[in-house]
Design a protein around this ligand. Structure first.
Ligand SMILES: CC(C)(COP(=O)(O)OP(=O)(O)OC[C@H]1O[C@@H](n2cnc3c(N)ncnc32)[C@H](O)[C@@H]1OP(=O)(O)O)[C@@H](O)C(=O)NCCC(=O)NCCS
Length: 174
């Protein structure tokens, strides 16, 4: 008689180069979920570099006995306000079939442990206002929202690339 299929043993571990091809579909799924454009030609080399160069950041995966059930990426930012390096969680995703089993919380614990050992005292992240599930998740794990908003610009945008120098007072002679 066929029983219920056994769930594989799950393990959170640092990702290696050999995980690259299996992390990409998770990134694609996360980007689709968060409405972020996914271009393999951009993401693949960027991920490969991250997995090679530890100075850029770290990636952890949930190993489900061969396949992967989730991943997270931590990178760094140098900010005097935090006394130097702070950690930035740039991506966080647990596959739908594996949610509400404590995996996300265990992944955050792994990131915290790493930061503690690397003397990184603060971890920041961005979460969409409308992503209530993720907000509840982060809040439950000790993250608090700040009153600041995120602003960004495309440095290649022609519109703002040649701002004239201010000429107030030039030639006025006093
Ligand atoms: C958010 C996400 C990472 C949570 O992962 P998870 O493995 O399901 O989370 P956990 O099981 O470890 O939950 C830990 C705690 O977070 C809170 N939480 C998690 N999911 C929640 C939900 N859907 N609603 C309310 N609270 C939730 C609970 O307090 C939970 O503890 P409990 O299960 O004992 O009540 C997962 O839902 C996900 O990958 N979502 C899609 C991608 C995403 O939003 N990523 C974040 C981008 S910033």
């Amino acid at each position: 008689m066929a029983g219920t299929p056994k769930k594989p043993r799950l393990k959170i571990r640092p990702a290696t180069q050999s995980d690259l091809a299996r992390i990409l579909p998770l990134i694609e799924a996360y980007y689709a979920f968060d409405s972020i454009d996914f271009d393999t030609l951009v993401i693949r080399p960027a991920l490969s570099r991250l997995l090679r160069e530890k100075s850029l950041g770290r990636c952890w995966v949930v190993d489900a006995g061969g396949s992967l059930a989730g991943y997270t990426i931590l990178t760094y930012n140098y900010d005097l306000e935090f006394g130097g390096t702070e950690g930035i969680i740039t991506e966080f995703f647990i596959a739908p079939n594996y949610r509400r089993e404590g995996l996300g919380a265990s992944m955050i614990a792994a990131v915290r442990d790493f930061c503690r050992s690397a003397r990184i005292g603060t971890i920041e992240l961005q979460v969409s206002r409308g992503n209530r599930r993720a907000r509840a998740f982060y809040q439950a794990l000790g993250f608090a929202a700040s009153d600041r908003i995120v602003m960004s610009t495309d440095v290649n945008s022609e519109k703002y690339s040649r701002f004239p120098l201010p000429c107030k007072g030039r030639g006025s002679g006093g």
